[in-house]
Design a protein around this ligand. Sequence first.
Ligand code: FNR
Length: 408
Amino acid sequence: MKNQTAINLEDLRQQARRKLPRIAFDFIDGGADDELCMQRNRGAFSRYRLVPRYLRNVSRRDQSVRLFGHTYASPIGISPTGLAGLWRPDADLMQAAAAREANVPFLLSSSSNASLEETAALAPDNVWFQMYCTRDAHINADFVRRATRANVRVLVVTIDIPVNANRERNRRNGFSRPFRMTPGVVLEALGHPAWVLRYLRTGGIPMMRNWQPYAPEGASAAQVADLFGTLTPAPEVCWDHLHRIRDAWSGPLVIKGLLHPEDALEAVRIGADGLVVSNHGGRQLDTAPSPLEMLPAIRAAVGEDVQLILDSGVRRGSDLVIAGCLGASAAVFGRPSLYGVAAAGQAGVARALQIMRNEIDMVLAQIGCASFSQLDSRYLWRAAHETAAHAMDQDLSQLLTERFGAAA
Ligand code: FNR
C-alpha cells in the first residue's frame, strides 16, 4: 500500500490527528511546559538562508552518508520513540521495515513494544538500539548483552531524562502510566473507530517486549509498563555509567541528548563514536536551546571525526541541508515517523522518508551542491542581528578548545 496523499510532513501530522484519539495524538505531538522549546526547534532553522550557487552541473546528485561502517541512502533517520504500538500495532516493526526499504537508520527505543531481537533481525543494517540507563545495573548490562547477541549495529544511550518532564497536555488529558481507558478517554476515542477497533482486537495496551524478561513470569502489559516506570528515569546516572557501557559494548556507541559542548567533549573522551545533538524534541527542558543553535560549537569542540546527528524539529529537506552546512553528519526525526505510522502504517513512514528524501534532493540541486557530504557554511547566510549570537558560539568553542584541547 502506498500513501501518496501527504505532500509534506505537516499533512501526515494532520492525518494522524484525525486517526488518533486526542489523548494519543497529544502524547506524540506535545512538549514540556509552554512548548516554547518545540517552537525554538523550528525557529532555529528559519534564521538561516541558503544562498544558491548556479552553473555547477547538478544533474547527478548524491545524498548518501556513511555512518558507522554502513552507507545509508539518505542523511535522514528515525529517532527512537517508546510505546509506538499504542498508535498502531506493530508500529516498531513497520518503522524498521520502512527504514530498511529506504536504507536509512531506525533507532529502536528500549521502551518499544517490539523486542530488540525481532526488530534487529528484520533490518540488520538499519536498526540501532537505544537504551536508557535504568536504576538496575543488571538490566543495563543485560540490554548491552542482548544488543551484542542480536548483532545490533549501533548502540545509542539517551541521557537527557534525569527526571520525568512536565508535559501538560498529558496531564490535562489524563494520560497515565500505565495507559488506562477511563470513561472520558473511551468517549473521545469513539470518534476514531479504526484506532479503537485495532486497540481492542490486539488486546489493549501493547506489551513492552524489551522489558518483559525483567518482570515476573506472566506479568501483564500494564505490570511490565509499571516496572519500566519504577526503574526509569534514574536521576543518579552519571558518566561512570557511560564508562561501564563503553567497556561492555564493543561496537559503535552513540550518546543521545547532548546540548553542551563540554558534555560533548566528555562523551568523546569516554569513547563515544557519535552524538545525537538533541533536546528530546522539546519534551524535557522547555528552556533548552535548540540543537541547531548548539551544533556549531559542538562541532568545533569535538572535531571532524565524530559523527554528529541532529535531532529535534527536523521537518523539511532544507533543515537537513542547513544542518549539514553547520557540521551535522545526518539528522533524525521522531514525531513525523509516528504521524506516518498512525496515519497509514508502514506506507506512512515510507512516505515521511520519501518526502524528506525528495526535498533534500531538490534543495541540493537548487543551491548547486551535488553532494550532501560537500555542504559547508559557505552556503549559509544569517541575518545581521544573528551574527552576534554566532560570534558567541565561536567564542565558546574557542574557549573549550583552549581549555580541553582538540578532541581525540
Ligand atoms: C520520544 N523520544 C524518545 N527518545 C529516546 O531516546 N527514547 C525514547 O524512548 C523516546 N520516546 C519518545 C516518544 C515519543 C512519543 C516522542 C515524540 C519522542 C524523543 C525522540 O527520540 C526525539 O528526540 C524527538 O522526537 C525529536 O524531536 P522531533 O523530531 O519529534 O521534533
